[in-house]
Ligand binder design. Structure first.
Ligand code: BUP
Length: 445
């Protein structure tokens, strides 16, 4: 044993969670920690098989822990906890001790709050890591209360009447200090029963919130001071804003067809379109988006993941006839990009985004204004922050009966954002936020 502190990092399922943890691993390595990244098997396989685990995972020791879960039918299945998971995690810690590299702390995702019991049994501190916004964290603390009030966790699968009310309902999360509108409650929770694994993880997280040693939040005090103050002073949690952890290793020598294509476009003329690593779209949504991108008249770079399409077809069958021929010089469609390289490119003038928290921070870091199209999870909260609190984006209007954006909404939104006059305010704000964020990791920030 050499006295070097050794952190075992356990990310939650989901690429945003894994990447956030990998960036924290890099930060800990740089201050002299030994770092082990532990993954539960199903979660590891889901990301590794798609080749999307960040390169950062290459630079740390990776351990895969058996979870005895059946192959997941859906993303939510990855949040199931089996009785062997705590046992197998303990075995990993024992094996590290046997190798004379005992772990000195556990850093685990908030969604893995049950690992608190493992840290308690080992007698080591646990740091909880929330890879999203502080505002979303406060909202998550309200989950047990939402269940008591009958807003979530219905056993019947019926939508509680209160959801259908047109009156805005505000909920207290840190009582007296933060509240949020009912319609921002993650859609994932609205119609699920108490047996839902994701809901169960959130209940654990709220119930164990006073048990961890401290809480890291991947955010910046200046972005969400109100939420941070509520957590520190009212909920008495020891909280550290540790963001933004950005993968800045952009390779200036990198040549790829996407960047070469961007090189041919005028500064700030291209709309970058991406809905993150987990969203799945319907045929109608793809069709409307293709029509809106075409009629906007603007150059676009659109990420269409094959696993984000309905199972029964290819993109070519879901876009209007002749679409590819008509947009050949103006539009580029790719299955995956290095998002940071794209956002850093001067030709990119706006980001039509699902408002995942990583995408939000990356866009702010690069000073790119957003056109927000939140879909699920914490994305509606992030969209509100972007549009109403920070003024660095415009919300995409959703005028259809199902509450989704039409092709016309998309065309109008893109033009408003990229237009020199109508987009001026959000562009200026985005630049201000860029310089604020770049100062934040240094003294005075
Ligand atoms: Br798509 C895509 N390239 O093509 P979020 C994503 N990313 O680098 P999440 C790429 O994945 P939820 C691509 O830069 C970001 O770091 C992107 O994280 C990277 O959304 C990450 O934005 C995506 O937090 O969904 O995790 O996909 O909002 O449900 O957490």
């Amino acid at each position: 044993m050499d006295g070097q502190p050794h952190a075992v990092l356990l990310p939650g399922p989901g690429l945003g969670h894994v990447n956030g943890m990998a960036l924290l691993a890099k930060a800990l390595l740089s201050v002299g920690f030994r770092v082990t990244m532990a993954f539960f098997e199903r979660s590891y396989r889901t990301h590794a098989s798609k080749g999307r685990l960040t390169k950062l995972c290459d630079s740390v020791r990776v351990e895969v822990v058996e979870d005895d879960l059946p192959p997941p039918d859906s993303f939510v299945d990855l949040f199931r906890v089996t009785s062997s998971m705590p046992r197998n995690l303990l075995l990993l810690f024992n094996s590290l001790s046997t190798q004379q590299q005992p772990a000195t702390c556990l850093v685990s995702d908030s969604i893995m709050a049950w690992t608190q019991h493992v840290a308690d049994e080992l007698g080591i501190p646990r740091v909880e890591y929330w890879t999203a916004s502080a505002t979303a964290y406060t909202a998550s603390l309200a989950v047990p209360d939402l269940i008591r009030q009958g807003y979530v966790g219905s056993h019947t699968g019926e939508v509680p009447k209160s959801w259908k009310s047109k009156e805005p309902v505000f909920l207290d999360c840190v009582p007296g200090h933060t509240s949020f509108p009912l319609d921002e409650i993650p859609t994932d929770f609205r119609y699920v029963s108490m047996e839902d694994p994701l809901l169960q993880r959130f209940v654990e997280m709220a119930n164990l919130a006073n048990r961890f040693d401290c809480l890291f939040i991947h955010s910046v005090m200046e972005l969400e001071s109100h939420a941070f103050q509520a957590l520190q002073h009212v909920a008495h949690l020891e909280v550290y804003p540790i963001g933004p952890l950005i993968n800045q290793s952009i390779d200036a020598t990198l040549t790829n067809p996407t960047l070469s294509w961007l090189d041919t476009k005028a500064p700030a003329s291209v709309i970058y379109v991406s809905f993150g690593s987990a969203s799945v779209h319907t045929r109608d949504e793809i069709f409307e988006l293709a029509c809106g991108l075409e009629s906007s008249g603007k150059p676009f770079l659109w990420v269409v993941r094959s696993d984000g399409l309905p199972h029964d077809g290819a993109l070519a069958d879901m876009v209007p006839s002749g679409f590819h021929e008509r947009i050949v010089d103006r539009g580029m469609i790719v299955p995956w990009v290095s998002q940071m390289d794209v956002l850093a490119h001067p030709a990119v003038g706006g980001f039509l985004s699902h408002c995942g928290w990583n995408s939000t921070l990356e866009s702010l870091w690069m000073g790119v204004p957003l056109l927000t199209c939140p879909i699920r999870a914490d994305q509606p909260i992030n969209s509100r922050l972007i549009v109403k609190e920070w003024g660095v984006g415009i919300e995409l209007h959703s005028s259809t009966e199902e509450g989704k954006p039409s092709r016309h909404d998309i065309e109008v939104g893109i033009n408003m954002l990229l237009d020199e006059d109508s987009g001026c305010l959000v562009r200026t704000k985005a630049k201000e936020f860029k310089s604020m964020l770049r100062k934040s990791p240094f003294p005075g920030g």
